[in-house]
Design a protein. Sequence first.
Length: 309
Amino acid sequence: MRTLHPELLKAFHGRGFSTPVIGVTGGKGGVGKTTVAVNLASAIAGMGFRVALVDGDVDNPNAGIILAMEVADPEEIYTTIPEIDAARCNACGDCVRACRLHALLLPPGKAAMLVGDCNGCEACLLVCQQQAIIRGRKLVGRTYASRDDLLTLFTGELLPGQEESAAVVKAVKKKAFQEAEHFDLVVVDTSPGVHCNVISALEGADLAIAVTEPTRLGAHDLDLILQLLDLFQLAGKIVLNRADLPGSKEEIEAIAGRHGRRVWKEIDTDEALMRSFVEAVPIVRSNPEAPSATVFRDLASEIAKEYLR
């Protein structure tokens, strides 16, 4: 199995506060990841703990919709964009060669110019010996903090047409982590997939809850997300949503076993849970006796017992 350098692991697991962090993730989109995150956070808040819920899916932030919480406390997020001083540029081409996104062009006999999407890495500024590149800035998104009694929702939003979602993920986590000591627990809902934004969202987590479903695609993506947790040596538990669907439940269990893990909780299809989406009230609040609500409360109780002493 591949291993990471100890310094990388130290940086991944490091954080400057003691409040426990629980990540909720899942390789496949649409498996109920946000449903688990929202109901877990709501159930723990219902036990009297102060909870921060971080919606790290900045391309499609919907935790606020499920919670019916209006966004508040906006803060704008900017990334660097190069502004080139044609009078200083000597057309050496160093900036063009340094740009991995091929966003810079050097026309014959002219100064370099920005022609593509820039991710703000600033490599061009570092290599320009003529100091012909000025550090400009571009608005790419916003963060919000919405507060409701014991539950605070931190949300990130990538503006339409922008591609720098990683900057927004880091910004919304930074905003939440700056206040982490004021909470008993931080729950981070990641975007679907196995990519840099998911890794960024899981940085500093004590535990990752991997949500999946008993389908072939769900099994495939569960294997990928468990490989990621293994690589970063991150503790993980598996929640099987829609566990009563005909499909590949045995395959899910087999994959979990290969990674030294097991299915922790199972949630069957629940009509009351579907209605809770329409009502925009978490099932643990709207119908606490529903089968799915019972599972979420059990999950919350076990999290509280292990991490909230």
